[in-house]
Design a protein around this ligand. Structure first.
Ligand SMILES: Nc1nc2c(ncn2[C@@H]2O[C@H](COP(=O)(O)OP(=O)(O)OP(=O)(O)O)[C@@H](O)[C@H]2O)c(=O)[nH]1
Ligand SMILES: [Mg+2]
Length: 224
């Protein structure tokens, strides 16, 4: 089964590494260890009976790694933009991350997601959930809130985005099939138009006089 390249992007310390660690290893570490280069892990998700085999790339949130990140972002099929619900700054930064992903990918073939992480710190929330949902709708992304401390919240989110990814793939495949059919029909019509025209049988109308002459000729030649 081919792997679906999935990237998590967002400002430093929003919890990208913690989300991936919880999803893949079901653990949470309070200590912060800065990600320097892209790190890869895998996880199979059952989305509505169809397994999606994810190859998840962690990226560095620090500004100095911006150019390195672009290499990791290339050819992604799922891109999840992560912010920290207790940091308005990290939410403001999302659009820049979105543009970076679009710079190196065709946005029509990529499924976007927006995660508001650290939902366990609800009391310190600085980002309006509705505003975040609105932004996600604008870029056609799957919105959700997670706490990297809670496996279910992370797992449920990934199941949701994988289901949306499957649907996008089916829609794109259907579009390609329909275009292919249209093209075949057009080719057929063009071929028919190009066929050489068969001469149509001609009807000759004879005058009474001419008709009489023909009949006489037939008789005199012993015909009929
Ligand atoms: N309370 C709480 N803390 C979290 C959560 N997710 C991450 N953290 C903590 O936030 C800090 C940063 O988490 P990381 O996962 O390293 O953040 P990151 O986005 O990978 O950061 P960079 O690698 O620098 O880009 C760590 O101390 C984590 O323990 C969460 O959901 N809730
Ligand atoms: Mg990290």
């Amino acid at each position: 089964m081919s792997k679906i390249k999935t990237i998590l992007v967002g400002d430093s310390q929003v919890g990208k590494t913690s989300i991936i660690t919880q999803l893949v290893r079901q653990t949470f570490d309070e200590e912060y260890i800065q990600t320097i280069a892209g790190d890869k892990s895998t996880k199979d998700i059952d989305a509505n009976g169809k397994t999606v085999s994810l190859e998840i790339w962690d990226t560095a949130g620090q500004e100095i790694y911006k150019n390195v990140n672009k290499i990791f972002m290339k050819n992604a099929k799922i891109a999840i933009l992560v912010y920290d619900i207790t940091s308005a700054e990290s939410f403001k930064g999302l659009d820049d991350w979105y543009k970076q992903v679009c710079d190196v990918n065709d946005k029509e073939t990529i499924k976007f997601g927006v995660i508001g992480n650290k939902s366990d710190l609800y009391e310190d929330q600085k980002v309006d959930k509705e505003e975040a949902e609105e932004y996600a709708n604008k870029i056609k992304a799957v919105f959700g809130e997670t706490s990297a401390m809670d496996y279910d919240s992370v797992f449920n989110y990934f199941t949701e985005i994988c289901t949306a990814y499957n649907k996008m793939e089916e829609d794109n495949e259907r579009k390609i099939r329909e275009e292919e059919q249209k093209k075949q029909q057009k080719d057929k019509l063009d071929k028919i138009k190009d066929l050489p025209k068969e001469p149509s049988p001609k009807t000759i109308v004879l005058t009474q006089e001419e008709h009489k002459n023909v009949e006489e000729k037939k008789k005199s030649s012993g015909c009929c």
